[in-house]
Ligand binder design. Structure first.
Ligand code: ATP
Ligand code: MG
Length: 267
């Protein structure tokens, strides 16, 4: 298998479009514009990027960013082994060489000195300097950079610089409306739509508590978990407590409110 094939997505991922984001992404890709996907956790950002990579038939290289990440983790480094020193490309370099879509997940977690290495790749230059190796890579024509970003988690200290933000086009994602979310969770899990609609209702109760004791509402991902458990014959009440409530809060009052909503919904 070549490098390229290894990163290709073989089977069509299930992705339910919310509005016209698929066509808009295709337009961005046609013009090789960098893309930023914003939105709360578990709302479909990664699934969307996987789907687009599949649809466009391009390899996808995903990097989970964290605060300990250095520029070398993205770009590459010299390794010392029995044969001497040899250069090992990082994921960003590999993507630029083979013409992959490079998805930097949770880019704000990375330190700013790491973030700036993407700058020359995201403007007209489309280059990546490998300073330590003394090589300048010209990105493959198919290369595209995509980053994800969770607004709301940022403090003033931890935000992208304007000079980084303004290198991207952006999609604002959010949890879908009730009808669409029901369709998504039902399709994803095979659970009947009536039961899923009840889960979605509970999800929306929690989302309305955001800012009133909850930092973040129940994500579509957690609704998928709950539906999966119910489909595997766990009782709806147990499934909801385990998948929807316990993960998101330790606050006794909020737990009670949500448990109450669950019992009322599935009485
Ligand atoms: N539009 C959608 N179509 C199909 N599945 C979806 C959609 N939205 C959400 N999902 C479901 O929700 C799950 C979580 O979505 P995803 O992993 O894309 O979230 P995310 O936005 O990347 O979250 P995070 O910020 O935590 O990485 C998916 O695995 C899928 O089951
Ligand atoms: Mg994700």
């Amino acid at each position: 298998m070549t490098d390229k094939d290894q990163y290709k997505i073989q089977d069509e991922p299930f992705y339910q479009q919310q509005t016209n984001e698929v066509a808009l992404y295709e337009a961005a890709y046609r013009n090789r514009l960098p893309v930023m996907v914003k939105g709360p956790t578990g709302c479909g950002k990664s699934r969307f990027v996987e789907y687009m990579a599949w649809k466009l038939g391009k390899p996808l290289i995903t990097v989970a960013c964290n605060e300990d990440m250095t520029a070398s983790d993205l770009v590459g480094r010299y390794l010392l082994d029995e044969g001497g020193t040899r250069w090992l490309d990082g994921p960003l370099t590999t993507a630029a060489r083979i013409g992959a879509i490079c998805y930097l997940d949770e880019i704000v977690e990375a330190r700013q000195d790491t973030t700036v290495v993407i700058h020359p790749l995201t403007d007209h230059r489309r280059t990546l300097p490998l300073d330590k190796k003394g090589e300048l890579i010209h990105a493959h024509p198919d290369f595209q950079l995509v980053i994800s970003y969770n607004p709301g988690y940022q403090t003033l200290m931890k935000d992208l610089k304007q000079s980084t933000k303004q290198r991207f086009t952006a999609f604002d994602f959010d949890y879908p409306d009730a009808a669409l979310e029901t369709e998504i969770v039902a399709k994803e899990t095979g659970l009947d739509a009536d039961t899923v609609a009840k889960l979605v209702k509970i999800g929306n109760v929690a989302r309305n508590l955001k800012g009133h004791g909850l930092d973040e509402g129940i994500s579509t991902r957690l609704l998928v978990y709950a539906a999966t458990l119910i489909k595997d014959s766990v009782s709806p009440q147990d499934a909801c407590r385990m998948a929807l409530v316990r993960p998101i809060t330790d606050d006794i009052d909020i737990r009670e409110t949500l448990d109450h909503a669950i019992d009322a919904t599935f009485a």
